[in-house]
Design a protein around this ligand. Structure first.
Ligand SMILES: N[C@@H](CCC[C@H](N)C(=O)O)C(=O)O
Length: 260
């Protein structure tokens, strides 16, 4: 099976071109491809399939490393478009991509790609616990679910054990949740994330959008631009009255053939 490998700020993906929509991958196959020792390795998988939506030619079938389905992936959609452009499957500078969270418009810029992610939808306050410590947090949907917890200082952020899934209120997040921990204040924050279906990752685009939206709101701003530093790099998030834009790099690093 042909594959490519790419990443956006260290959030890495196996890309599977399925241009005839003939490869509906099972959870176990996705997990095998994403396995870092026995497979190619990735935080998730992007299957390139034809779209049913007339507004987009291609559908990003995003799967987490454990095979589970997620609605949206902000780093993944930039990598997806980079792949389409490099393979001649789309022409820039604007590319529409169908996702489970609707059609997303991606624009190629000099230093990366910018995605119209749609609005950040605030949910109720909630909380997350790690190793017996509990922090208040804010539920935010970017199409997929997030819980943003703001911490006191950098040392607290660095010390967090995020190998295991933080505990959260399953009544608020019945489908699981991506949990972000942040420090700093708009217009410049730093974060780490434990992703649903994956574990700790070097970056999360939808998570960065959620963190930036919360940071701007804490600063008394409904709109504005926020730099978000993650272990894998920097993303820029701009919140307007209508939507959230996510900007950052995306690269394809390998292509090959995988044997199941
Ligand atoms: N890394 C992604 C988010 C991927 C989906 C997430 N793990 C979920 O289950 O919702 C991003 O860059 O947004």
């Amino acid at each position: 099976m042909d594959f490519a490998k790419g990443h956006g700020t260290g959030n890495d993906f196996v890309i599977v071109p399925d241009l005839e929509d003939a490869l509906p991958l099972k959870d176990a196959q996705v997990a095998a491809l994403c396995d870092r020792r026995f497979g190619i390795g990735g935080d998730g998988l992007l299957r390139v399939a034809p779209s049913d939506d007339p507004a987009a030619e291609w559908f990003m079938d995003y799967r987490n490393a454990d095979g589970s389905i997620a609605e949206m992936c902000g780093n993944g959609v930039r990598v997806f478009v980079r792949y389409l452009l490099e393979r001649g499957l789309a022409t820039g500078p604007e590319v529409a991509v169908a996702t489970r969270a609707g059609v997303k418009n991606v624009v190629v810029e000099d230093d990366g790609l910018r995605v119209d992610m749609g609005p950040a939808v605030f949910g109720p306050p909630s909380q997350a616990s790690v190793e017996g410590f509990t922090w208040p947090g804010q539920a935010v949907s970017m199409g997929n679910p997030h819980l943003v917890c703001h911490l006191g200082d950098e040392a607290e952020l660095e010390a967090l054990e995020l190998f295991h899934q933080p505990r959260y209120d399953e009544a608020v997040f019945p489908d699981g949740v991506n949990v972000e921990f942040s420090v700093g204040a708009a217009p410049h924050v730093r974060m780490r994330v434990h992703e649903r279906g994956v574990g700790e990752t070097a970056s999360c685009g939808t998570g960065a959008c959620a963190v930036a939206a919360v940071a701007l709101r804490h600063a008394g701003q409904d709109t504005g631009t926020c730099r978000v530093d993650l272990p894998g790099g920097t993303l820029t998030v701009t919140v307007t009255d209508e939507t959230v834009y996510l900007a950052g790099p995306a690269v394809i690093v390998a292509e090959g053939t995988f044997r199941f």
